[in-house]
Design a binder for this molecule. Structure first.
Ligand SMILES: [Zn+2]
Length: 278
């Protein structure tokens, strides 16, 4: 959420009120919709750029009858803002949007794991936004944590965009570390006080990251850097207690935690290591 929210704010500052003059698809299969045609966007006036979950939402004028353009950067998607006269197609280019002013917006990606995509939505069509859960900073999500009773792991819940929109893996690690909760904890077994700690950690971790992201300028560079506290830092000392941070490895991701702060000193089983031992 923080990266995309701050990016949406920068794009709105630059492009709100401008006319879209050209849309150039540059990669096969990244456009996820057929109708309306992407060429229908040409000539439209951009009213606003917002965010929902991890989607950038470009809304075009026409009250509630306007078209919307969604861009999802996934893991490796980035945004360049090149001069609009520039027609080169850098490696990994996905789509370029040109306006009646400089610069252009070039969506590109690196890596192969997960693909950036874009959608053109007609009036009253929410497309993939319809499947998203409440925003992480919303009262609706806080209520779901206070009242929820499901037995699934809370780390998986935070990563699931249908349960809560815009958290993701890295911030899930940091949020649970700040809340001093095990990644294997579930809502069902959490006390009222633990639930409040979780809500507060979601708010403070994401708000602090947003403040850092708002210092960025222009698009979103290939090397985003990171401002995580524990995510991706297993093997290094916990910044709170000094214990060595541990990880649980899965096929597609890993979860980092502090045994002292979060699990009462217990090491959680690492499935990949367990498999090797067997
Ligand atoms: Zn610790």
């Amino acid at each position: 959420m923080p990266e995309v929210q701050a990016l949406a704010e920068r794009l709105e500052d630059r492009f709100a009120g401008s006319h879209l003059t050209a849309v150039e698809p540059l990669s096969f299969s990244s456009l996820k919709t057929v109708t309306p045609a992407y060429t229908d966007l040409v000539g439209q006036t951009l009213a606003s750029v917002g965010r929902r979950g991890k989607f950038l939402v470009f809304s075009f004028e026409g009250a509630d009858h306007g078209l919307r353009l969604l861009v999802h950067l996934s893991q490796g998607g980035r945004i360049d803002l090149p001069p609009r006269a520039k027609a080169t197609k850098p490696r990994g280019s996905v789509v370029r949007f040109r306006f009646d002013r400089d610069p252009a917006i070039l969506v590109k990606e690196f890596g192969t794991e997960r693909k950036a995509g874009w959608w053109v939505l007609g009036p009253r069509d929410d497309g993939p936004l319809a499947k998203l859960g409440p925003e992480a900073l919303s009262e609706e999500f806080a209520a779901a944590i206070r009242e929820g009773g499901d037995g699934g792991r809370v780390h998986a819940m935070l990563r699931d965009q249908r349960r809560v929109a815009g958290v993701g893996r890295g911030y899930s690690d940091d949020i649970l570390h700040r809340a001093k909760l095990s990644p294997y904890e579930s809502l069902k077994s959490m006390t009222r006080e633990e639930r409040e700690r979780l809500i507060e950690a979601v708010r403070s971790v994401l708000t602090e990251a947003l403040e850092v992201e708002r210092r960025r300028e222009d698009g979103l560079p290939t090397k985003i850097g990171d401002h995580f506290t524990v995510h991706g830092k297993s093997g290094t000392p916990c910044p709170v207690c000094g214990s060595e941070l541990r990880r649980i490895s899965y096929e597609s991701h890993e979860v980092t935690y502090c045994p002292t702060c979060q699990t009462g000193g217990r090491r959680l089983s690492d499935r990949r290591l367990d498999r090797l031992v067997r």
